[in-house]
Design a protein around this ligand. Structure first.
Ligand SMILES: Nc1ncnc2c1ncn2[C@@H]1O[C@H](COP(=O)(O)OP(=O)(O)OP(=O)(O)O)[C@@H](O)[C@H]1O
Length: 245
């Protein structure tokens, strides 16, 4: 369970996050949706302890991330946007390195890695150097790396960007499987269809503020349309003070 309350973050002149409150529950997929520059990555980076908010608070499974960042990190698996892999290491070595950073080692770590390799169907490439990986292979490795220490919460920043149709479908299936296993999944996207295809709950942000939230059917009703993309456009236009035609 992830709970963020009244987050604010400024970078110099730019107020990247004005006021974001959200919660993501166990056994659900929560989508953080917003146009480019809306503050999605900044919000996820605050939640995952990569940066500190200027004000507001975040707790993960009840652990305050500012007060106990190390404990909070153990409860989260994070796949940042464009997460780099170490190119000379194999996928398995990349995953192992992260496991070791999280205090795992020896046989338990080897077994955890092997379970993920099988689950994510990585056998064909996991022992090759990561520098030759396709986008889909990189993504699976980054996901395995995020999951190796067994966190109950997963934070995925634009996980399908750069994936082809088949790889996107495979990733969606995997995310649904993880939901069935009870994971709390929070992911960001700027594509409404992407979020609509997966999410139990959607939080729409624009200019660093939450402009709408709810289950997909609730958002459609609130925004007076039967089309999710149109709902997205209307929610953002509302924040901009525009009245869409
Ligand atoms: N480290 C930083 N220094 C300065 N400005 C930043 C920094 N990080 C983000 N910003 C600015 O904060 C705003 C929000 O950026 P953020 O990356 O959170 O948006 P986003 O919703 O993830 O966008 P995208 O969909 O394009 O990735 C943007 O105006 C961005 O330029």
């Amino acid at each position: 369970m992830i709970e963020a309350s009244a987050l604010k973050k400024r970078f110099g002149e730019v107020q990247a996050v004005h006021d974001v409150t959200l919660s993501a529950r166990d056994g659900e997929i929560t989508g953080l949706l917003g146009p480019n520059g809306a503050g999605k990555s900044t919000t996820l980076r605050i939640i995952s302890t990569a940066i500190r908010a200027d004000s507001g608070s975040v707790s993960v499974d009840g652990i305050d991330v500012a007060a106990q960042p190390r404990e909070a990190r153990l409860a989260m698996g994070v796949m940042p946007h464009n997460a780099g892999l170490y190119p000379r290491l194999s996928g398995r070595e990349n995953i192992r390195y992260f496991g070791e950073l999280n205090g795992l080692g020896g046989e338990p770590l080897d077994k955890a890695i092997q379970r993920l390799v099988e689950r994510l169907e990585m056998e064909a490439f996991v022992d090759r150097p990561a520098k030759g990986y396709s986008q889909g292979q990189r993504l699976k490795t980054a996901l395995a790396r995020a999951m190796v220490h067994g966190p109950g919460n997963l934070i995925l920043d634009e996980p399908t960007s750069g994936l082809d149709v088949m790889a996107t479908r495979a990733l969606r299936e995997l995310i649904r499987d993880l939901r069935r296993d009870g994971y709390c999944i929070l992911f960001s996207s700027h594509v409404m269809q992407e979020v609509a295809a997966l999410c139990d709950r959607i939080v729409i942000i624009a200019h660093g503020r939450v402009v709408a939230r709810g289950r997909p059917d609730e958002l459609l009703a609130e925004l007076g349309t039967d089309n999710l993309e149109e709902a997205f456009v209307r929610a953002i236009a509302r924040e901009d003070g525009e009245v869409p035609a």
